[in-house]
Design a protein around this ligand. Structure first.
Ligand code: AMP
Length: 603
């Protein structure tokens, strides 16, 4: 069908780009969708467990396996050599049954935490969904983490089982195992009949396990996923998500990613992060579509080949990746047939307007930015396909999501009066981005930190910690973070975690860590280091400290830059003034920070 002509006659207000869509967008009229939307209706579009209750794995796998989509490819893996291997919904159901049975045989049950530290192979996807079938809680770790972030998260999350590879076990887990008394079982995905001492052979256990249905009875409010995220101070925060979140994964997959039954969808995020779980695993499978999984790291030519050869229709990626593609040049796209592609979206960091326009030039589609965070569990603000994009804007709130901006005081603290946040009413005015609490995928707590959780809310609003503006037409524009947390290549990095590791180096007395702008990664981590008595700054020492940090924290978290200093700026009570370090680094006015206990309410 040449939808263009038909549609322009029916919906003359829709942009030309949308009129050229090969399929009709799920969300055509934003205002009408917002006025009619209800979360109850979204929930009703799901099946629910046959005996009552809700389980993400049932919505994502078993209900399709029991219906006409049974033989439809659910996941298509692209191996390093370019060869592919697809798993149908029926096969995924069987494999996840086996995985759930393995957990049960090991005595891992309801509410127990199963962690993963592995690449994007089939075992990871089977583990996510099999864990949920077993009513256990899944917690992914990013495989580029070093031993220190791995230890901290496994310890905080009381992980009872870990799925990993032999190499990752040897490099990152073996030496910290003694510090993890709760970690009873380590299952190797590549043991090949010969597991390391103290580990199990996952493939052997899977093939011996029964394949009959293992769907545990769970309720919407049962804990399903634990995602660690970084704060300004202290340890990482374990954001708790429940099975009910699947309602929001479904609705946002429908509206913000515009998923249709015949789509071939590719989310480039690693399931070690929340985007890779919510939108690399759950949302597309709930929609019963085919998801592409590239097992390799990013490479421009490889990515274009995948887009073309796999006939990807919807592509969800990140600004850093797009900036890398842009740097590689639009001519790299030439020769690749991207005609199947109809929608490109991105998340995780500010998306430069130039990248939006470059998408149009390179792929024939602009990039649609959207915004959310670990705590929200799903996309909250988006540029929808049927709306004109405003390059540089994150878009408008999802139907069912109420967004506001909260006035900030001179210290950057949200202004709360009589328990209610004071809301910004004027357009184009900065405020802290707040969301009316109650959407289905809202986090239900920070693990073992109820006070920290409580501090995120005021008068029924969740305060996100991000600062934004809203224009006359209700589009939101990201301004920055209200705290010191660093976003590098889309990964949130807590400065305290990095400072603590640096201080374990024998030469380091103190460290202050900030993010500094970088044209590709958005920000890179920079540390200012005060040396202990008897140590002198040198290039050799700088490299040694960087190497030390990379080994402990992993390359994704360790500082890329180190400056030596003799006096880190501090508050009167001795806290490092990261804001001042940043102002100096960027040549900005320093303001009067002499009395500031930064940040006011660390989260
Ligand atoms: P995470 O919890 O790791 O997903 O990181 C969430 C944070 O990433 C948000 O609080 C923002 O600071 C940032 N972020 C996410 N999406 C966007 C976006 N579209 N534009 C700007 N910043 C974003």
């Amino acid at each position: 069908m040449t939808a263009g002509t038909t549609r322009s006659a029916r919906w003359p207000w829709i942009s030309k780009e949308v009129q050229a869509f090969p399929v009709s967008p799920n969300l055509l009229d934003y205002e009408t969708a917002c006025s009619r939307f209800s979360w109850a209706d979204a929930r009703a579009a799901l099946s629910g467990l046959p005996g009552g209750g809700l389980n993400i794995a049932y919505e994502a796998v078993d209900r399709h396996a029991a219906g006409p989509r049974a033989n439809h490819p659910a996941l298509r893996f692209i191996h390093a050599d370019g060869s592919t291997h697809a798993i149908s919904y029926a096969e995924l159901s069987e494999q996840t049954n086996r995985f759930a049975a393995v957990l049960a045989q090991l005595g891992i049950g309801r509410g127990d935490r199963v962690f993963s530290l592995t690449g994007r192979g089939p075992e990871l996807y089977v583990a996510v969904l099999g864990t949920l079938k077993n009513a256990s809680v899944f917690c992914p770790l990013f495989s580029a983490f070093g031993p220190e972030p791995v230890r901290q998260r496994l310890q905080l999350g009381s992980g009872r089982a870990l799925i990993t590879t032999r190499a990752l076990y040897r490099r990152k887990v073996k030496q910290i195992r003694d510090a993890l008394p709760d970690l009873e079982h380590v299952l190797l995905t590549d043991a090949d009949g010969d597991p390391e001492p103290g580990t199990l052979d996952l493939a052997a256990l899977m093939s011996a396990a029964p394949s009959d249905s293992r769907m545990a009875g769970t309720r919407g409010e049962d804990m399903a996923l634990l995602h660690f995220t970084s704060g300004t101070t202290g340890t990482p925060k374990g954001a708790i998500h429940v099975h009910e979140a699947v309602t929001a994964h479904y609705a946002t997959g429908l509206y913000a990613l515009d998923l249709h039954p015949d789509d071939i969808y590719w989310c480039t995020a690693d399931p070690g992060w929340v985007t890779g779980t919510s939108y690399g695993v759950i949302a597309p499978l709930v929609h019963g579509i085919t998801t592409i999984v590239d097992e390799e790291e990013m490479d421009a030519d490889r990515w274009y080949r995948i887009l073309a050869e796999q006939h990807v229709t919807v592509w969800y990626t990140a600004p850093t990746a797009l900036r890398m593609l842009m740097k590689a040049g639009a001519d790299r796209v030439a020769g690749h047939d991207l005609s199947a592609l109809r929608f490109v979206a991105s998340v995780g960091e500010p998306l430069n307007p130039e990248v939006v326009a470059w998408g149009q030039e390179a792929f024939g589609h602009p990039v649609h930015d959207n915004w959310w965070q670990t705590e929200t569990g799903c996309i909250m603000i988006a540029n929808f396909p049927a709306m004109d994009i405003r390059p540089g804007s994150m878009g408008r709130p999802l139907p069912g999501v109420e967004v506001a901006l909260v006035v900030r005081d001179d210290n950057g603290k949200p202004v709360i009066r009589d328990g209610e946040p004071v809301l910004v009413t004027e357009p184009d005015t900065m405020g802290e981005l707040a969301l009316r609490a109650g959407w289905p995928s809202m986090f239900r707590g920070y693990l073992n930190e109820q006070e920290r959780y409580r501090r995120c809310f005021a008068g029924g609003w969740y305060l996100t910690g991000d600062v934004a503006k809203r224009d006359h037409d209700g589009y939101y524009w990201f301004v920055g973070r209200g705290d010191d947390v660093i976003k590098s290549s889309g990964h949130l990095i807590g400065p305290f975690e990095v400072e603590s590791s640096l201080m374990e180096h024998e030469a380091v007395a103190q460290a202050g860590v900030i993010g500094v702008p970088d044209p590709v990664a958005g920000e890179v981590v920079k540390a200012f280091v005060e040396l202990r008595n008897g140590w002198e700054p040198s290039e050799e020492l700088r490299l040694d400290i960087i190497g030390f940090a990379r080994k402990r924290l992993g390359p994704a978290v360790a500082p890329r830059l180190i400056d030596f200093t003799t006096a880190l700026p501090k508050t009167r009570s001795g806290k490092i003034l990261r804001r001042l370090l940043k102002a100096r680094e960027l040549g900005l006015p320093e303001g009067d920070t002499s009395t500031v206990e930064t940040p006011a309410e660390p989260r």
